[in-house]
Every structure is written in structure tokens, then in C-alpha cells.
Write a protein that binds this ligand. Structure first.
Ligand code: AMP
Length: 216
């Protein structure tokens, strides 16, 4: 299964991508996670990416595509993958198509997870993440343990710096102008399916599976 998950920041792409990756036994590839791990490790890529991420902008296409291209060439991607947060622009999507064609493969489906704007803002503001293992929480619907402790690894959870109110606003503008056009792009390819992601995590998973035509 070769999938792309589309959706606004906070739509639940990461959570659903993780579930899909386990279900189909294929790697979950999140460009955001790759950048964050490079930032944490102080690599050259991390230093560069941080300048864009902290402002809520996008890391340049050339760099992002290069990273995804080399990740897709790794052996664990041979049976499929779930791309989360990539592509985010039309040029990225075009270059992804070119890379996959070169590899003799193609995407199976692109799932757009739709969540209304007002809900997105609240979700991002209430999102907490574990800097230790990357687990994601929501203060109301999926809270960490008491004292803001990660249930998986026991690290104190934090708010992502790019989930601050000013940065959220900018990220949503970037989504509207640069990423939303991908819905039309993949619709024209006949690959787009839509899942409503308004409610609980399990409801969204059911929607995603239904959209993909597979049993949960
Ligand atoms: P995410 O974890 O997917 O919300 O990504 C966090 C941030 O990483 C984004 O706001 C961007 O600054 C950057 N980023 C992630 N994926 C991409 C991409 N495909 N293209 C450009 N920038 C990206």
C-alpha cells in the first residue's frame, strides 16, 4: 500500500499514519518528524530546517524532496509506505510523481483528512508532544498522564514551538495557499479519497479505512 495523507496541520495525519503503517506493515514517513529529529541532533539539515519551521513556513522544496527521495530508496519501503506531511506543495507532488515513476511504482491512494478550521485551531493549541518518543497528545481528548508525563516513555510532554498561536495562524495560511491545491491535483489523477476527521481518533480511523475500502 503506497499512501499519502493530506490535511491541514492538526487534522490528525500523524496519528492516522501511525495506525495505517501498523495495519499495512509499511513505514510511516513524516517529513516533520525527520526535520524534528535532525533539529534535536543538531545536524546541518536540522539547523537549516529550524529557520523555516519556527516561523511556520515550509522548508524549501528542493531540500525536502531530496530527503524523501533517499528515504523512499531504503529497502523497508519496497512493499509500500505512508507519507505524512509530504507532499505539501504542487512542485513537491510533481517531483514525487517523477521519483515514483523512476522507481517503476505509483501511489495507490491519497487520503484527505478533513477537519473544519475552528476545530483545527483548538486542536493545535491543545496538542502536546513527547520530546522523547514523539507520542502525540491532546489535553482534552487524549491527555498525557498526570503532571504532563508521556504514557509511553515517561518524559515530560511539551507544546511544539510551532504550535504557538501566532505560528498556528501562519501555518494555516500556508496550508490554504500551498497545500490545499493538492486536493485538486490528486483528484484529477483519480487517487483522492476523503475522510472526515472531526471526531475521536477511532472515528477518524474508521472513516479512513472506509475511504480506502478496507476493513478496520
Ligand atoms: P508537521 O510535523 O508535518 O506539521 O511539520 C512541521 C513543519 O515541518 C512544517 O510546518 C514545515 O515547516 C516543515 N515541513 C514538514 N513537511 C514539509 C514539507 N513536505 N515541505 C516543507 N516543509 C515541511
Amino acid at each position: 500500500m503506497r499512501l499519502v495523507l493530506l490535511g491541514a496541520p492538526g487534522a490528525g495525519k500523524g496519528t492516522q499514519a501511525k495506525i495505517l503503517s501498523e495495519k499495512f506493515n509499511v513505514p510511516h514517513i513524516s517529513t516533520g518528524d525527520i526535520f524534528r529529529s535532525n533539529i534535536k541532533n543538531g545536524t546541518e539539515l536540522g539547523v537549516l530546517a529550524k529557520q523555516y519551521i519556527d516561523k511556520g513556513g515550509l522548508v524549501p522544496d528542493e531540500l525536502t524532496v531530496k530527503i524523501v527521495k533517499s528515504r523512499l530508496a531504503e529497502p523497508d519501503c519496497s512493499e509500500g509506505f505512508v507519507l505524512d506531511g509530504f507532499p505539501r506543495t504542487i512542485p513537491q507532488a510533481e517531483q514525487l510523481d517523477a521519483v515514483l515513476t523512476e522507481m517503476g511504482i505509483a501511489l495507490d491512494k491519497v487520503v484527505d483528512i478533513h477537519v473544519d478550521d475552528d476545530k483545527i485551531i483548538k486542536r493545535l493549541a491543545d496538542r502536546r508532544v513527547c520530546p522523547g518518543c514523539g507520542a502525540s497528545y491532546h489535553l482534552e481528548y487524549n491527555p498525557p498522564s498526570e503532571g504532563d508525563i508521556c504514557k509511553v516513555c515517561g518524559t515530560k510532554v511539551i507544546q511544539r514551538p510551532d504550535d504557538s498561536p501566532e505560528t498556528i495562524k501562519h501555518r494555516l495560511q500556508v496550508y490554504q495557499s500551498q497545500t490545499k491545491p493538492l486536493i485538486q491535483y490528486y483528484n484529477a489523477q483519480g487517487k483522492l479519497v476523503t475522510a472526515y476527521g472531526q471526531e475521536e481518533i477511532e472515528d477518524t480511523t474508521s472513516e479512513v479505512m472506509k475511504a480506502l475500502g478496507v476493513k478496520k
